[in-house]
Design a protein around this ligand. Structure first.
Ligand code: NDP
Length: 460
């Protein structure tokens, strides 16, 4: 978790509704120490204050109590053998949070920080995000506290196979369909898909983000990053602006960051900075993304290597410093709570007009408050980064049809989905007298569909 200020951010405020306040306090008591989960839940409960006034049936039927309690949390041992023959043991997780509108869907994260709080915050957010896509997808998430950094290809493969050996009992194309997230890309998805197939003797769309040769969808790799930019274009267009001619700072240099930067460049912006967990690079002439892809995707090296090829660039240790670079638009695409109040104040002072969350929950609550108070357009992750899961939904459709759609068709569908998400979040914000507040709008729009489905299905 990022800077000290975050701790203060996470102290729950008193919600106006006694019912929601009690519910939040109970959630904290029942999930002690799970700060990321508390943070994600509080943000949604704040948005639901107005909804429960209009919909007492959600309270009477315990819909919100059910919503904050995962349907199932699976926790398992993942033993694997290193190249030197030693056995290591990691912990794996899958949270099947809510299946009211479709099979559980959400990525797998391999990172040493993964614990119950992280998978629950991500799984909880995924419920609303998936609902916003308009596709029939429930919310889930998972991962392991395994650190892929410094591991050999063979070690990664053995870890993925061991992880899937247990996970395979709990998933299926109509039950739960995982995908990638931090530390899990097409390579890891391939190893896990292979192991699932071997254990079950079935070739089925049980995981998304697959390689194109064996059931993956065109545009899936690019979808989250591209989707963020399609969303930003919608937000800017409402004020008669666009990405063209703007200066953009993107944090991270993984899957989401690279393709957000690429689409921003294609739409006429200059992307001047990217980062990894070690530090950030600044290139005032615009980052060479082909070079970044070579360094990060092919060589799997550090972003500081960029300097070996570009003398115009600078590298600064400490990734948080990236937000001191003046930019019109900031797109945090690394990890949760990476952008705090100090960074937000700096961005505002430097004239930033728009912040879009490519990562999940990258901005702390007090950073968001600063953006809102200063009229900065703000796109919450559950709306702005939903393009990835939406395209995974499209991969599932293609797998069911045993067919693959061409690039333009998938990209067109992605663009329409991002436009629809923007429209439904904006409309819900307006309906609840908070025009322009896309956090509230996205939370309410995502919630209503799931809550109504839960209501219709009875107390299950
Ligand atoms: P990747 O593993 O591909 O990339 C993560 C990137 O973030 C790496 O460059 C990593 O650097 C960097 N990073 C990690 N921690 C920090 C830090 N503290 N400061 C700066 N950089 C950091 O992951 P993704 O791109 O897939 O995911 C990024 C975010 O987007 C996550 O929040 C994820 O949940 C979210 N997301 C991903 C989706 C997807 O389709 N992949 C869909 C929707 C959301 P290093 O290599 O040094 O670790």
């Amino acid at each position: 978790m990022a800077p000290q200020e975050t701790q203060q951010d996470l102290t729950p405020k008193k919600l106006q509704s006694t019912y929601l306040n009690n519910l939040m306090n109970r959630l904290i008591t029942r999930n002690p120490g799970e700060e990321e989960f508390h943070q994600a839940a509080l943000e949604v409960l704040e948005s639901l204050e107005a909804v429960i006034d209009r919909h007492p049936e959600f309270v009477n039927m315990g819909i919100i109590e059910s919503l904050v309690e995962p349907e199932r949390l699976i926790k398992f041992r993942v033993p694997w053998i290193s190249d030197c023959g030693r056995v290591f043991v990691n912990r794996g997780y899958r949270v099947q949070f809510n299946g009211a509108i479709g099979p559980y869907k959400g990525g797998l994260r391999f990172h040493p920080s993964v614990n119950e709080s992280i998978v629950k915050f991500l799984g909880f957010e995924q419920i609303f995000k998936n609902s916003l896509t308009g596709l029939p997808l429930g919310g889930g998430k998972g991962g392991a506290d395994f650190d892929p950094k410094g591991k050999s290809e063979a070690e990664i493969m053995r870890f993925c196979q061991s992880f899937m050996t247990e996970l395979s009992r709990h998933i299926g194309e109509d039950t739960d369909i995982p995908a990638g997230d931090i530390g899990v890309g097409v390579r890891e998805v391939g190893y896990m898909f292979g192991q699932y197939k071997r254990l079950n003797n079935r070739f089925t769309g049980v995981i998304t983000g697959k390689g194109l040769d064996y059931g993956g969808s065109l545009v899936r790799t690019q979808a989250t990053g591209y989707g963020v930019c399609y969303f930003v274009e919608q937000m800017l267009a409402a004020g008669g602006r666009s990405l063209a001619g703007t200066t953009v700072v993107v944090s991270g240099s993984g899957n989401v960051a690279i393709y957000a930067a690429k689409k921003a460049q294609e739409l006429g912006a200059t992307v001047v900075a990217l980062s990894d967990s070690g530090g950030y690079i600044y290139d005032k002439d615009g980052i060479d993304l082909d070079l970044i892809r070579q360094i990060k995707e092919v060589q799997r090296a550090r972003i500081s290597d960029y300097l070996n090829h570009r003398s115009s660039a600078t590298y600064t240790e400490n990734p948080h410093g990236i937000w001191t670079i003046p930019a019109d638009i900031a797109i945090p695409c690394a990890t949760q709570n990476e952008l705090d109040a100090v960074a937000a104040a700096e961005l505002v002072q430097n004239g930033c007009i728009c912040v879009a969350e490519g990562a999940n929950m990258p901005c702390t609550p007090s950073a968001i408050k600063i953006f809102q108070e200063n009229g900065v357009l703000f796109a919450p992750g559950k709306a702005a980064n939903a393009g990835g899961v939406a395209t995974s939904g499209l991969e599932m459709s293609q797998n069911s049809l045993r067919y693959s759609w061409e690039y333009e068709k998938v990209d067109r569908k992605l663009k329409v989905i991002m436009q629809d998400i923007y429209q439904s979040a904006s409309a819900a914000a307006k309906e609840y007298d908070a025009e322009g507040d896309l956090i509230l709008g996205a939370n309410i729009a995502g919630f209503m569909k799931v809550a109504n489905a839960m209501l219709a299905q009875g107390a299950v």
